[in-house]
Design a protein. Structure first.
Length: 166
């Protein structure tokens, strides 16, 4: 009987170790950012691959989202601070946004980063079906998603992550 209990105990410990390893693996493995090709509001082709080797923030937003619009000057300042270090920012206006309204806001706020309008929703779909704005994805230099942010950003934490990203 003692031998059976020992065997069950070892099997239980092995199963627990396997589960712990699976959880650790899942938490430490970063998913690849989707392959993204689009045209920005100035007519230029944009691809995440063109920024490989640099951290990139993909920001899903909408002109109808008050928090998104209020955050744009902060994003512009953040971009200006970190762009000289290789940081890139891609602002993706949602499919329900009017392209002319997006262009107007970009011009009014003199946004210095790349802006696209996701006219058919394929960009939002490629990032897992984004529907809530703002939603952001921080991508490291290897093209891995290292953080997803839904709602307001903690710019101090974001700066730390960008500075430590490769």
């Amino acid at each position: 009987m003692a031998m059976q209990w020992g065997f069950k105990k070892w099997v239980g410990l092995l199963l627990l170790a396997a589960v712990a390893l699976a959880v650790y693996w899942g938490l430490t493995q970063k998913p690849d950012a989707p392959s993204l090709q689009a045209v920005d509001i100035t007519g230029q082709a944009v691809s995440l691959a063109q920024w490989r080797g640099h951290p990139v923030l993909v920001d899903f937003w909408a002109t109808s989202c008050p928090g998104c619009v209020q955050e744009m000057p902060k994003l512009a300042a953040f971009y200006r601070q970190f762009h000289p270090m290789g940081f890139e920012l891609l602002a993706v206006a949602m499919s329900y946004d009017d392209a002319n309204q997006v262009r107007r806001l970009v011009a009014e706020q003199k946004l210095p980063f790349t802006v696209v309008v996701d006219t058919d929703g394929h960009i939002a779909q490629s990032f897992g079906g984004v529907t809530v704005t703002p939603t952001d994805f921080l991508i490291d230099g290897r093209g891995k998603i290292v953080q997803q942010i839904i709602g307001d950003k903690d710019f101090t934490d974001l700066a730390r992550r960008v500075e430590s990203s490769d």
